[in-house]
Design a protein around this ligand. Structure first.
Ligand code: ZN
Length: 446
């Protein structure tokens, strides 16, 4: 399939609504958005809408070092198949973790030639590199990630309150952002076996842990005036504090994930470790409250937190012993759209949260929009077709999914990355036209 110079559709998502249009592409970039042109190289069938490629600012690719967990090749293929054309890789669980410029160089070397979609990198802020973040910033990370509780791997330590404040002051001085895994260890039960019953695992990571940690981040952001972002909010009980902080002008954004918005604790089968993540999937009432946070704009982005491990590490039926992390980059769009549709939330309301929302958090400018001058990242999506997820058919290295066997609404028909056909339903991955995204160092920041 050759690189198109124009893609036309009766329904093209332009910012906030669908309009008949033609997207003209030149040199991998959107050259113009014109009126609908029947003679365009590609005219989508009326059943399909044309979307901007999704942006997912929370993906763990785990390469180099834990490539048996995922990897640039499989992880970016899954993204392309899911309609995600830009991802930002987390600083763990690769070996080394991305906490030094040398580690970032190792990651970039490992990525070369494997990218099916565009990839940027988060750096890590850990006790050992506080005061040294400028070097990693200059090397091209888009921002910094830290934990307030144990990360799951000993080589990526967590920050105490004083260190959090120091890190935020440092990232603020760099014109960067600090994104925070917000669970307070004082409220978490000790690691260890809890059995096959999901309720016991849920009780071990109570809402109080998120509420306390989010307050800690809000206080630190207020004092330092640094830009802070809370990753993977699970407990809707934090939303009131977040609303209040935003209203007071604290530079705070938050994200949640498809698993928190589409799954519930009540339906997790005994011993089903593919549902385990931290913080945990909570009850149905909590899920409803998260959707209210989506509707009123308190939640700024929805991202996958695609965090695989080997099937072996997920094989324990004891929720305390299995690895915590959900694979979801490929199923995010249909999973979210299925639940949104069920709730009467129009797709026009959902799309900004999976496109421009995450792009803004990661400092990726106008990505996630179909507009002249942006990379030609396009997705043909059939919003009415349904399909049953089969985990074994996913592009992941380890084919585990909590959505396995579920009938989801919406099918990605084609994905274009930098103007190149990258994925087509039934044919799979067609090209690896993804590019690296390097953040601008502080001296060049606007
Ligand atoms: Zn994560």
């Amino acid at each position: 399939m050759s690189t198109p110079s124009a893609v036309a559709a009766r329904r093209v998502f332009l910012g906030d609504r669908f309009t008949p249009a033609t997207v003209r592409v030149s040199g991998g970039v959107i050259a113009a958005v014109d009126v609908f042109d029947e003679a365009a190289d590609i005219v989508l069938p009326d059943s399909e809408v044309l979307l901007p490629g999704l942006v997912d600012s929370h993906v763990h690719l785990d390469e180099p070092g834990r490539t048996e967990w995922e990897g640039f090749s499989t992880g970016t293929a899954a993204a392309a198949a899911g309609g995600v054309t830009t991802i930002v890789d987390m600083p763990l669980n690769s070996i080394p973790v991305t906490t030094t410029a040398e580690a970032l160089a190792a990651k970039r070397a490992a990525a070369a030639g494997k990218l099916a979609v565009d990839v940027g990198y988060w750096g890590g802020a850990v006790p050992e590199n506080l005061g040294l973040l400028a070097e990693l910033d200059a090397a091209g990370v888009v921002g910094f990630k830290c934990f307030l509780s144990p990360s799951g791997i000993p080589e990526f330590g967590f920050l105490d309150t004083a260190q959090l404040e120091a890190a935020l002051a440092e990232t603020a001085a760099l014109g960067s952002i600090l994104i925070v895994h917000a669970e307070d260890p004082a409220h978490l039960h000790a690691d260890g076996p809890v059995g096959r019953d999901y309720a016991a695992f849920l009780a071990s990571r109570p809402p109080a842990s998120e509420r306390a940690a989010v307050r800690t981040v809000i206080d630190a952001a207020r004092r330092t005036r640094g830009r802070a972002h809370i990753v993977h909010v699970s407990d809707a009980g934090v939303l009131d504090d977040v609303r209040a902080a935003k209203a007071q002008g604290v530079a705070l954004t938050i994200e949640t994930c498809p698993h928190y918005l589409t799954l519930t604790a009540e339906e997790v089968p005994a011993g089903a470790a593919q549902f385990k993540c931290c913080p945990p999937i909570r009850d149905a009432a909590n899920r409803d409250a998260l959707w209210r946070g989506v509707a009123d704009g308190t939640i700024d982005a929805i991202v996958s937190d695609h965090s695989p491990s080997t099937a072996e590490l997920k094989s324990s039926p004891d929720f305390g012993l299995a690895w915590g992390g959900i694979s979801g980059v490929q199923t995010a769009l249909p999973a979210l759209w299925t639940e949104a549709h069920r709730r009467g939330v129009p797709i026009e309301r959902l799309l900004p949260l999976v496109t421009v929302g995450p792009a803004r958090i990661a400092g990726l400018g106008g990505r996630g929009r179909i507009a002249a001058g942006e990379p030609a990242h396009l997705v043909a999506f059939d919003p009415d077709q349904t399909r049953t997820v089969r985990a074994r058919e996913l592009e992941y290295r380890n084919k585990l999914s909590p959505w396995d066997g579920r009938m989801l609404r919406g099918v990605v028909a084609s994905t274009w990355v930098n103007g190149v056909p990258a994925y087509r339903r039934g044919e799979g991955i067609l090209a690896r036209a993804g590019r690296e995204i390097l953040g601008e160092p502080a001296t060049l920041a606007g």
